[in-house]
Design a protein around this ligand. Structure first.
Ligand code: SF4
Length: 405
């Protein structure tokens, strides 16, 4: 195994002897694996996903590139334990069972994956059958995240999904028969969607008694097909807000609690992987466009990989770290914002001590900004926790923006 040292740019570096950080205990570490292809590109999607005929994907070369990417990153996470793996995309379930099995085998070979680690895989209902799902489970996947978005065939068509209602129902049943921990992704405020359509979607979610739900308002992102050709039948703002109001009350009926802006779960089924992001934990992302945040005792770095899949494969296999396009230290001034950006998404907030644990800095460094947030009644004056007030939760972007350097 060859490991080439990575040159890290010191961007915005203000680290001086008075202000050096010291992180006593490194945070929990997760692994993200990005699969960049989809059967077709959805018109609202701004992820790093590229439409590709599944039969034209060279899974052997992709797998080898992932291995090279991982090998070049090992020095950054040497000897650390892994609490979760998330295979996302794109559409991971576009790949064969054999390739997913080999990805997991490769991760187990190189890394110390904890025995109770959460191993999630995203599944598009249009790319699986029960046999394939069973194969993924046998490879070690213990949590499926099913990209349903809606159960209404008209709504699905309008947002360019490749699956229909029946595919979605089949995938959920199949996943729930295989593993206990299943997430369903749902979207609302879709073109042509009525309150009744959405209530039907929520009722179906409830009927499945799912353990976790991620629910998103459709947003029109730049550089998507919808941004160039806006759907004419998007629900009015009032209708969208009525839909939003329905979510918490309807899901509460089956004991699902909102624990993050877009995430609901039953008691012990919060996503370990996502909670690690939201509590400013560490993650190594491999694959095209994947991002990483990795802590050392005296610094925290961020990395980005090349987005284009072919170029990423080509560069990763050169084994000289040229597949990494950005590698920077996060400066002391940026750390409060980076930390707050994540932790304030959690409805119950986090302990104030976590700031010191994760950043190595004293809470005093953001005293002025905290006072602004308290004065504007966006942050609760809780002595133990950083937690948004109901007003802060409603205007979360404004609250987070206070902490920008
Ligand atoms: S399936 Fe998911 S990742 Fe792929 S294009 Fe659609 S929204 Fe994007």
């Amino acid at each position: 195994m060859i490991t080439i040292p990575i040159k890290i740019e010191k961007k915005n570096n203000n680290i001086n002897s008075d202000n050096d950080i010291f992180i006593k205990t490194l945070p929990p570490l997760s692994i993200y694996v990005h699969i960049p292809w989809c059967v077709s590109k959805c018109p609202y999607c701004d992820f790093n996903s590229h439409s590709k005929d599944p039969s034209n994907i060279d899974e052997t070369i992709f797998l080898e590139s992932l291995r090279c990417d991982l090998e070049q990153s090992l020095a950054l996470i040497w000897n650390r334990s892994i609490i979760s793996v998330f295979i996302g995309g794109g559409t991971p379930s576009i790949l064969s069972v054999k390739t997913i099995d080999k990805i997991l085998e490769m991760l187990r070979t190189y890394l110390k994956i904890l025995p109770n680690a959460e191993l999630t895989m995203e599944v598009n209902p249009g790319t699986v059958d029960s046999l394939k799902m069973k194969g993924f489970k046998e490879s070690g996947i213990n949590r499926f995240s099913i990209g349903v978005q809606s159960f209404d065939n008209n709504n699905l068509k309008k947002i360019g999904r490749i699956h229909d209602r029946q595919d979605a129902l089949n995938s959920i049943s199949c996943a729930q028969n295989l593993v206990e921990n299943v997430n369903i992704d749902i979207m609302f405020s879709l073109p042509g969607q009525t309150i009744d359509n959405f209530v039907n979607d929520l009722n179906l979610v409830k009927s499945f008694n799912t353990k976790h739900l991620s629910i998103y308002h459709l947003t029109i992102e730049p550089n998507t097909f919808f941004s160039k050709k806006l759907p004419i039948d998007l629900p009015a703002e009032d209708t969208s807000s009525d839909m939003e109001d329905l979510i918490e009350s309807e899901l509460g009926e089956i004991g699902m609690k909102r624990y993050e802006i877009s995430a609901y779960s039953k008691d012990r089924f919060k996503s370990i992987h996502n909670v690690n992001y939201w509590t400013f934990g560490d993650y190594l992302g491999i694959g095209p466009g994947a991002h990483s945040k990795i802590s050392f005792h005296n610094k925290i770095i961020r990395q980005k990989r090349i987005y284009n899949p072919s170029l990423w494969m080509n560069k990763a296999m050169k084994m000289n770290n040229s597949h990494i396009i950005d590698s920077i230290y996060i400066s002391n001034e940026e750390l409060p914002f980076e930390f707050m950006l994540n932790v304030l998404r959690l409805k119950d907030g986090v302990s104030k001590q976590l700031f010191k644990f994760r950043t190595g800095l004293s809470v005093d460094i953001m005293k002025e900004k905290l006072n602004i947030a308290y004065e504007r009644k966006l942050l609760s004056k809780n002595s133990e926790k950083f937690i948004a007030t109901p007003l802060g939760w409603k205007f979360l972007n404004d609250l987070q923006a206070i902490f920008i350097r």
